[in-house]
Design a protein around this ligand. Structure first.
Ligand code: ZN
Ligand code: ZN
Length: 476
């Protein structure tokens, strides 16, 4: 091991390669590399992914977790898997509590009448008729967390914040998301009759952004919680800064409706040599109900299904099994991902690598990974092979793989991720504007090319991505 460390130091000193932990060189066997290049060429000329996402968004439409539409999407996914010739097609059902938004209205009534554009957040409570009250303005979520118990009795709390900065990597989403996730807990503690928050998004359009709140030990909001569009939040801020007393009237029909069935669709291309070893890819089948979930995450389903299908057309199956999972109920708390990890507990150790596409449909620009150190040179080699697609090699110690991969990663499954350009992702994310027209077919094909090459190589190469136990237990 000492020698490898020295090579690593030399590598870093020479500034070669993008991966800080590269310890040695790895060459992909030429025949295998050639097959991967041909897969990329085929993918760039293929319309399959676009046809899949067009079919899903048009024939099924919005797919709220646990809804009848999500059930139709599962049937659609299984039928697609059969038509495309996957070796195994399964629907794995699970039970989940069902929430829907019902009807919602929100209007500013003072200092004058003006309709606002809002939507209930996932997990919001309902109102008993109209709630009409003055607002208490909070500059940001931090200010709301400092509110004293009972200080908002009979009032509507409004939490402002900033428009998200548009960035390739979606920077700031986690922080901005706090007002959406935990705002209700402090509003209820303060005794507010409702909570209104600035949408979490990077756009200045009058579309509100929905999304799930966080439960408090399994409890959800009793009060209505509504996100309003960024321009509407700007408007309230300006009035507040003028010293105006602002009043809103709102109502919400949102609520919980007991347990329903959701499920994951699992499609396998069975490996020719080590069928028990699984390279898992996928996206989530559910979407929020405001748009048609083209970017989030019809595109991810389409990209990964199309990539696997192209690989299945090779003269022979790769060594390992390629599994595409269309996860159910991602938006409401990774319920499908958790169900998958539970259902497949006995074979989790056989998952050699996992990744999800769930960040829109723009081009992939970066490959990051979190695999066994000894496998990094092989990931670097894959990175070099897909570089002509405009993809750079990023960090080799980046945990993740995608939201639905989290439970698997917690269980030790190695991950990679093909990061997409997210510059405008949060313009459309969870809004009525997440529709098919936002997808550029050529950019989608670039994604398929990257996935096809990466997944084929991960399934074909004799590389161990998992962390193997050192007999001495002294491996660092
Ligand atoms: Zn998503
Ligand atoms: Zn989402």
């Amino acid at each position: 091991m000492k020698q490898l460390v020295c090579v690593s130091a030399l590598t870093l000193a020479l500034g070669w390669g993008g991966a800080a932990t590269a310890v040695q060189s790895y060459e992909i066997p030429e025949e295998t590399a050639q097959t991967a290049r041909e897969l990329m060429e085929t993918a760039l000329d293929s319309d399959l992914a676009y046809e899949i996402v067009e079919s899903l968004t048009t024939e099924i439409g919005p797919r709220l977790a646990g809804s009848e539409a999500e059930a139709r999407a599962r049937a659609w996914g299984a039928k697609l898997g059969e038509e495309l010739g996957f070796d195994v097609v399964e629907i794995e059902e699970f039970t989940m509590p069902f929430w829907d938004r019902g009807r919602m209205e929100i209007t500013m009534t003072a200092p004058y009448d003006q309709a606002l554009y809002g939507t209930a957040l996932g997990g919001s409570g309902r109102s008993d008729g109209d709630i009409a009250s003055q607002i208490v303005y909070f500059r940001d979520i931090h200010a709301l967390t400092l509110v004293e118990d009972g200080a908002l009795e009979g009032k509507i709390a409004f939490v402002d914040g900033e428009i998200m900065v548009a960035s390739q990597v979606g920077a700031g989403y986690g922080a901005a998301n706090q007002r959406r996730r935990i705002g209700w807990q402090h509003a209820e503690r303060g005794g507010a009759s409702a909570l209104v928050v600035r949408s979490v998004g990077s756009d200045s359009r009058r579309f509100p952004h929905t999304g799930m709140m966080s439960s408090r030990d399994g409890d959800w909001a009793d009060i209505p919680v509504i996100a309003i569009s960024n321009p509407d939040a700007d408007h309230l801020r300006r009035l507040h800064n003028l010293g105006e007393s602002i009043e809103l009237t709102l109502s919400s029909g949102a609520g919980w409706h007991g347990d329903v069935t959701s499920g994951n669709v699992v499609l396998d291309i069975v490996g020719r040599e080590s069928p028990e070893e699984i390279v898992l890819i996928g996206g989530h089948l559910d979407s929020w109900d405001l748009g048609t979930g083209a970017l989030d995450d019809g595109a991810g389903v389409a990209i990964t299904v199309a990539a696997a299908q192209l690989i299945s057309e090779l003269p022979q199956r790769p060594r390992r099994t390629i599994r595409v999972v269309m996860f159910g109920a991602e938006e409401v708390g990774l319920l499908g991902a958790r169900a998958y990890a539970g259902e497949h507990q006995d074979e989790i150790a056989n998952h050699v690598l996992a990744t999800e596409s769930d960040f829109g449909a723009r081009t992939v620009w970066q490959l990051v990974s979190n695999v066994n150190d000894d496998a990094n040179p092989a990931v670097d080699a894959i990175g070099r092979l897909i570089a002509p697609l405009g993809i750079v090699r990023g960090g080799s110690d980046v945990p993740g793989g995608g939201p639905d991969i989290i439970p698997l990663a917690y269980s030790g499954v190695p991950t990679v991720r093909l990061n997409q350009n997210g510059l405008d992702y949060f313009d459309f994310h969870h809004t009525p504007d997440d529709t098919l027209d936002k997808i550029d077919p050529a950019e989608l094909s670039q994604n398929v090319a990257a996935y096809a090459a990466l997944v084929y190589l991960a399934a074909e190469l004799d590389v161990e991505f998992r962390t193997t136990q050192s007999p001495e237990g002294a491996s660092e």
